[in-house]
Design a protein. Structure first.
Length: 441
């Protein structure tokens, strides 16, 4: 349905043939152009570096004003903060990048003073009407339930005084949730993400309790609570995928059947135990399975049916919006994470990594470290990113995964995005209403 019959790729573009025709994805514009059969030779020459960019622009009828180059902005305002309220966990997932929340150290809980100071830092100095986000992370954040509840009320009160639009997120394994927790998520502006790897057999094998018992039944009970008591603004499922997985489509169906608003997959690229990390060969298998899932999501979309595969829908949205970013995310820029002791780190996955420390609550953000991180992590300065056509859609990959494993996932990212570009063209052709209906404009 979205078969790519031929591709050519280079530093500044990708050209590919689909049933809809021949198209060019121009990297510096983050735009797709239909180029027909002619001028295929000139475009292919450009792709491989044999034709100057100015000549290509003339062929396409474009000017340099159509091109965009992401800039490094060193003073991005901080707009999101995650609190590692519980650096401990009640599960024993062997692949966990966070070492069950301890990040290679000791198990510990954030205290009330640390959390309040973090919220104060985020909210102070913001302008009325700005949107901020406070996230709760772990480990398992609900091990520190009292603090999560207190900070929800405390932050909302501070936000009301400041006149800002404050929202919350929490990533939880859902095994500890009780009715009062679900009511809190329902009654406040929360996005809830539940870590769950598949149906009962899959999840119980990969996400056991410390006593060896499975955790799926407890997650299922939590989802039933949401159905009975009311849902938060968003209820999503995030599944970690291990090497050797051959049933991704079946897992996706099982998770969607649980009633999540969206479901996404993430392969293990970095783990304290290397046996759980994907090799390049296994990533090739994973890519084919992801495309199988994406193909089903596309078919459902074209039939007007809901199939909330977030990897697919997010990619379509990014392509539609012409995403053009110099880094993969806002880590260390608009977003930081606070560990249980008050240290500031670029993100929740980098807690405890001194090379990504950004200061602490006692002394504030270390702007020298932050500027250095922002300037040196620009995708145009990374290898081999600077020569990749997909770099402004990808942003160079997760800082944590790249720092631990390098760029082992590059082929997967390119192949997945190529599939999604073809799917996007088909959606534009057959369901042009889709993007407006989902609020993507």
């Amino acid at each position: 349905m979205t078969a790519i019959t031929e591709t050519a790729q280079g530093r500044h573009s990708l050209i590919f043939d689909t049933p809809q025709g021949r198209f060019l994805f121009l990297t510096h514009a983050s735009r797709l152009y239909e180029v027909g059969e002619w001028p295929g030779n000139e475009i292919k020459q450009y792709v491989v570096g044999e034709l100057p960019e100015s000549d290509l622009l003339e062929v396409l009828g474009l000017s340099e004003s159509d091109m965009r180059f992401p800039q490094t902005i060193l003073e991005t305002p901080l707009r999101a903060l995650s609190l590692n309220v519980a650096q401990s966990c009640n599960l024993a997932c062997r692949y966990c990048y966070a070492d069950e929340g301890k990040f290679g150290g000791r198990a510990r809980m954030m205290d009330r003073s640390t959390a309040e100071r973090a919220v104060n830092m985020l909210i102070s100095g913001t302008e009325k009407g700005e949107r901020l986000l406070v996230g709760f992370m772990g480990g398992e954040p609900m091990l520190n339930r009292k603090l999560v509840r207190h900070i929800t009320d405390y932050a909302l009160a501070r936000a009301g005084i400041q006149g800002v639009d404050l929202r919350f997120s929490i990533t939880t394994n859902a095994t500890l949730l009780i009715d009062d927790d679900v009511a809190m998520f329902r009654d406040n502006p929360y996005a809830v993400q539940i870590s769950i790897d598949g149906g009962k057999a899959v999840n119980d094998a990969s996400r056991p309790m410390h006593n060896g018992r499975g955790s799926f039944a407890l997650v299922e009970q939590a989802i039933e609570r949401f159905e009975r008591l009311g849902r938060p603004r968003s209820l999503s499922g995030r599944a970690t995928v291990l090497p050797g997985t051959r049933d991704l489509a079946e897992r996706l169906d099982a998770l969607i059947d649980l009633g999540f608003d969206d479901v996404g997959f993430a392969p293990v690229l970095s783990s304290p135990n290397p046996q759980f990390e994907f090799s390049v060969d296994e990533l090739h298998v994973f890519t084919q399975q992801m495309i199988e899932c994406g193909t089903k999501a596309l078919a459902q979309l074209l039939e007007g049916k809901e199939y909330p595969f977030s990897n697919f829908h997010t990619a379509l949205r990014e392509i539609h919006l012409g995403s053009h970013r110099p880094r993969s995310c806002g880590a260390g820029e608009s977003y930081m994470s606070v560990d249980s002791d008050g240290g500031l780190f670029a993100c929740h996955r980098l807690v405890g990594d001194e090379s990504f420390r950004m200061g602490d609550l006692d002394n504030g953000v270390d702007h020298r470290l932050r500027r250095n991180h922002i300037s040196t992590s620009h995708v145009d300065l990374q290898e081999p990113c600077r020569d990749c056509w997909a770099r402004y859609l990808c942003g160079g990959g997760c800082h944590h995964e790249v720092s631990k494993r390098g760029r082992v996932a590059c082929d997967f990212i390119r192949d997945w995005l190529t599939f999604c570009l073809g799917a996007y063209l088909q959606v534009q052709d057959e369901r042009p209403d889709y993007f407006g209906s989902r609020g993507h404009n």
